[in-house]
Design a protein around this ligand. Structure first.
Ligand code: FNR
Length: 182
């Protein structure tokens, strides 16, 4: 069984990005499972805490990320970039220097927004960090999901056409993943 870590950049319980992530989890093929990795409880990265005072949540994040085979990121766009909580999670997992838990994990970036450009700015800011973190990231299809408020139904499920597009993204990712990890 391969495990994909699911990281959602929004902390709110009714998050559209969380709804998208839950849908992607359903679309994974046999042999793959989703593991949601919490980022809401991580204190801001501060190198002074890399000692006995290290927050338990930092240890948990590092252990959980190290254990998964790939990572799917689902993020809103905040002021044309990623939410601070998501950037903080990247920073926490990247340290201490030389012990980053991100390196080499095949990644997928999905951004969803009620706005028309679908979080394009956040998507590409996140990709900039992933280049430095040495995470090979699926290039196509690009996943800028605009007008998300019209695509998530009242019960939190996703409209059929959009779900078909999500399935295409998952299928492409699996081919990408299998090539990289063969
Ligand atoms: C936003 N929002 C937003 N939307 C967008 O398309 N581009 C942007 O730059 C921003 N900036 C922004 C900043 C801050 C601080 C907030 C709180 C919101 C709106 C955002 O897309 C909307 O709130 C989404 O619903 C957030 O995603 P979740 O929480 O539904 O996953």
């Amino acid at each position: 069984m391969k495990t994909i870590g699911f990281i959602v950049g929004s902390l709110r319980k009714d998050s559209y990005n969380l709804a998208v992530a839950k849908d992607f989890a359903k679309l994974l093929p046999a042999g793959f499972e989703a593991k949601f990795i919490e980022i809401s409880d991580l204190p801001f990265y501060n190198e002074d805490l890399e000692n006995d005072a290290m927050p338990e949540s930092w240890k948990r994040l590092r252990t959980e990320v190290a254990a998964v085979d790939g990572i799917f990121f689902f993020s809103p766009e905040y002021n044309r970039s990623v939410p601070a909580a998501l950037k903080n999670a990247l920073d926490v997992g990247s340290r201490p220097m030389g012990s980053s838990v991100w390196g080499g994990k095949p990644a997928l970036v999905v951004t969803a927004s009620p706005g028309g450009v679908g979080g394009f700015g956040a998507n590409h800011h996140l990709r900039q960090s992933l280049v430095f973190l040495d995470m090979p990231t699926l290039q196509q299809p690009e996943a800028y999901i605009g007008g998300i408020h019209n695509l998530v139904k009242e019960d939190g499920t996703i409209v059929e056409d959009t779900e078909k597009f999500f399935q295409l993204i998952v299928d492409k990712y699996i081919v990408f993943f299998n090539k990289l990890t063969a």
